[in-house]
Ligand binder design. Sequence first.
Ligand SMILES: [Zn+2]
Length: 480
Amino acid sequence: MDGGRRGRGRRQAIEKELKKLREEREELDGRIRLLESQLEVRPEGVDGAAAGEGVVYGSCDGSVACRRRRGNGFAPDGGLPADMIYRYSRHLLLPDFGVEGQRKLSQSSILVVGAGGLGSPVALYLAACGVGCLGIVDGDDVELNNLHRQIIHKEAYVGQPKVKSAADACREINSSIKVVDHHHTLKPRNALEIVRKYDIVVDATDNLPTRYMISDCCVLLNKPLVSGAALGLEGQLTVYHHNGSPCYRCLFPSPPPVAACQRCSDSGVLGVVPGVIGCLQALEAIKVATAVGEPLCGRMLLFDALSARIRIVKLRGSLPDCTICGENSVFTEQDFQKFDYENFTQSPMSDKTAPSVNLLPENARITSRDYKRLVDNGEPHLLLDVRPMHHFQIASISPSMNIPLSMLEEKLPTLKTSLKETGAASASGKEPALVVLCRRGNDSQRAVQLLRENGFASAKDIIGGLQAWGQDVDPDFPVY
Ligand SMILES: [Zn+2]
């Protein structure tokens, strides 16, 4: 009996000692990880390597193997070290989320495409909440007119790559996760390679061809896609290709006409609106990553900022004969890489290259420099600005007359009178020229067409509009 008791006592003592040592080891591991992650926050030589290939901070290449190797804060036995418990304690306290949710999050890798108005809150929240590996892809630089809505960027980063700015911001929030920046515009030729490394994709871009491209890519690689959009005072959100939900092509097999596609740079956007949608995208990505809750699959959330209304509409299911995700689809990775999305949608992948129309013969157009000469020579003329009134109020060339294109037809008599008055006021008695101007030189062509059809035979427009005027004639003219 005594021998047995002594044996048990010894065993208990050893177990106690083991427990204590394991705890010490966990704590040490936690401290090592924290110190390692601090070392990796700003590795030397990053700036030199920032151009071109996506810079990998630390040693994470975004792959599944890499994430398992690192464990992202979890000890091999699945326990959380003390510093991680403290950091994510409010998550751990949620009965539906808890340690299991946090573990799944820490093992997940999420790619955010676009570090703009939507991508800002997505990346900030995903970094803060402890996603294991966060990838950000964007080829643009930070501009001053981004800052009212792209809250991840700071004034100090204007002119620098958005991915660098966004990655730095994410790392400042959470040095224990891996942030990978891909300084590229996502294109068919690089999309497969980048997207393949991640579990979940968040589409935070703002143009139609990219939307089709990301959806097709996610179907090919079998990745869930959290898709958001924001324009003006409205936004929308859904999760494609997950739990049986349709892909983008199932809903829109053929792209809408170009005229129906508006862009932020044309229509404007209230800064908070992409913020709201981006936050919801981050939430959906977290739900997909952790399998907590019901992701927005087969449903679309519509947000109307002015009326403060959120509606959820049911989407039709995936199309059995969808050319991309349908059972008999023959669309391959090779097809994808060769697919011309800009041609398919008749719109550009970049927000910067505005689609331009070419409606007028050469002799119905003048350059902004020609117009400047006409003004300098004192030639009698009337400058007609056909932009919407709220654009005209932002900035205009003086003197000019504002008749928005949408009202031009009904205002033709007024225009005739004004032109006559201009002629009468000129010393030469020469018939005044009618010169038409808009923001970029598209609406002005439409206006000249209409004017010429209605007896204003000599009307001409300024090629490239106010944008060209600012670039070629008056660098102080405000850009918007
Ligand atoms: Zn489909």
